[in-house]
Design a protein around this ligand. Structure first.
Ligand code: BG6
Length: 513
């Protein structure tokens, strides 16, 4: 275990100012995202005393409910998804801020009702007409709802108040549709009002990539092609489609994970140091990297990408069905549940350093990590150990479920002869900072309230992410897979994914727990 410096006095992740007075309007308030993530995150913010004193929530959804029904439901959701007991000393004042309005997003008459209800809530809670609209809806409603809000004047900021809109993923289903949605939104609102969310940026360990790289003087000088051999990013999930079959079968793993979450991991790992932590300074550097990723030609899509779909198998001792036998999945589906790719970044820092990515459902363990593999020592002085047997140094950023950083290096094995072995130096978040109740959405919601867009996607970044995957989508569509299903649930994906990296004389690092 590494020796750690003095522990910070208060290890809370949300230290900071409370946001401006405001009302959060949740479109899709009766859905899964609201129950699992938004409500528990708001509750955690309330417990950390980071909600503005003048704050309220208006839930809008199709289900018929009164304010009281909604409040009862919130209690059940928070109890179920917070995983901790409700603190009665804050509950009453928390839940009193919630209101509900039933309605269909397609109905024109919903929006004047939203206006009236919001005006009344605003008066009651003195929220200064600051509103942020959270689109926890199906993607087909994103543009429509903002259009209707603009039509009743509720995107307008000319009176000194602010209006913000939070857009969930998926943001488009390819480059073209993402561009169309951006154009539609930017006609109705300024870029500064649009918060495109990617929940990976809410994860502490993802944000820590920047702290690790730029708050420490010792890593940046070796963070480049002279010292780094390659980078591996693995996002392994044990879950299948979990009741989301109809969405997932249209999307597939490439769309679902790569242009968004994996692009965040790549850009934070490889970007240049920003000149400040100003939202645009950070996002400019991320965008530059996304633009520098070499677009794949058709030939390269064939040789540098792998797709897979799981068949029946065993995970953690349990038999799980094949993808094609999951609920709402057609028995002849050709949708991929696994993707592996090799990408190159065309700039001075990273030229010729491969970035290998893989992500899949029904892998043997849930584990997201980034491996930075350094070049081997050029020459080995030690008898009995040849260069080939010396493990290269690997720095591993463990994103989840283990959260931490480890460095693998060579050490002398005790004994009379000089022999080398690989050892690990570990930093574990939880051991040092303790466990914080967090869904990953706390920081993002808090940032919306204080108007900080650093952790949100700008229009150009979303489009750049899609530009990377679009050639793959096109070629895969033109050449449907013939060998699906091609990996058993509970394995690390199809053998072609191993071949992809082994061809280059490298191998995946698999963590088994
Ligand atoms: C979502 C995808 O965006 O991310 C899901 O739609 C995926 O399919 C999930 O399971 C993974 O998120 P996390 O936080 O569990 O890694």
């Amino acid at each position: 275990m590494a020796q750690l410096a003095e522990r910070p006095a208060a290890a809370t992740p949300y230290v900071g100012k409370t946001g401006d007075p405001c009302v959060m309007v949740i479109f899709g308030a009766a859905g899964d995202l609201t129950a699992r993530l938004l409500l528990p995150a708001l509750y955690n913010l309330a417990r950390a005393d980071l909600l503005p004193k003048e704050f309220a929530v208006l839930g809008v959804a199709r289900a018929q409910m009164s304010d009281d029904d909604f409040r009862k439901r919130i209690r059940e959701d928070v109890k179920q998804y917070c995983g901790e007991c409700i603190d009665d000393s804050i509950w009453e004042s928390f839940v009193r801020r919630f209101y509900y309005l039933p309605g269909n997003f397609n109905d024109d008459d919903l929006y004047p009702r939203v206006r009236d209800r919001l005006t009344q809530i605003d008066r009651e809670h003195s929220t200064h007409e600051n509103f942020f609209y959270y689109m926890a809806t199906a993607p087909s409603y994103f543009g429509l709802i903002v259009e209707k809000l603009a039509a009743i004047g509720f995107m307008d900021q000319s009176n000194g108040h602010w209006r913000r809109v939070v857009i969930e993923k998926p943001f488009g289903h390819d480059l073209e549709s993402a561009k169309i949605l951006n154009q539609q939104l930017l006609k109705l609102a300024d870029e500064k009002q649009i918060y495109r969310i990617d929940h990976y940026l809410g994860k502490e360990t993802v944000q820590n990539i920047m702290a690790f790289r730029f708050a420490n003087g010792i890593f940046e000088p070796i963070w480049n092609r002279r010292y780094i051999d390659h980078v591996q990013i693995s996002v392994a999930e044990t879950v299948g489609v979990e009741g989301r079959g109809s969405y997932f079968d249209h999307a597939g793993t490439l769309r679902d994970m790569v242009p968004n979450h994996i692009m965040q991991l790549i850009s934070l790992t490889s970007m240049e140091p920003p000149i400040s932590f100003d939202a645009n300074a950070v996002r400019d550097e991320q965008a530059k990297i996304l633009h520098a990723i070499q677009p794949l030609s058709n030939e390269e899509v064939l040789t540098r990408t792998v797709r897979g779909q799981y068949e029946e198998g065993i995970i953690g001792g349990q038999r799980v069905p094949a993808y094609r036998n999951e609920e709402d999945i057609p028995p002849d589906s050709r949708t991929e549940t696994f993707v592996a790719m090799k990408l190159l970044i065309d700039n001075w820092r990273w030229a010729d350093v491969p970035f290998y990515l893989r992500t899949g459902k029904r892998m043997p363990v849930r584990n997201t990590h980034i491996v930075i593999q350094f070049r081997r020592a050029p020459f080995v002085l030690f008898r009995d150990t040849s260069v080939e047997h010396l493990m290269p140094n690997q720095l591993v950023l463990h994103i989840q479920p283990e959260e931490g950083i480890s460095l693998q290096f060579a050490a002398k094995v005790p004994g009379p002869v000089m022999r080398l072995g690989s050892v690990d130096m570990n930093f574990e978040y939880q051991q040092y900072f303790g466990k914080q109740p967090s869904t990953g959405y706390e920081r993002l919601l808090h940032d919306c309230m204080i108007g900080d867009q650093t952790l949100f996607q700008r229009a150009d970044m979303v489009e750049a992410g899609w530009s990377v995957v679009n050639p793959v989508l096109d070629l895969w569509k033109a050449l449907p897979p013939r060998n699906f299903p091609n990996y058993p649930a509970g394995s690390w994906g199809p053998k072609e994914a191993d071949e992809l990296i082994e061809r280059d004389g490298r191998c995946w690092r698999n963590f088994t727990e």
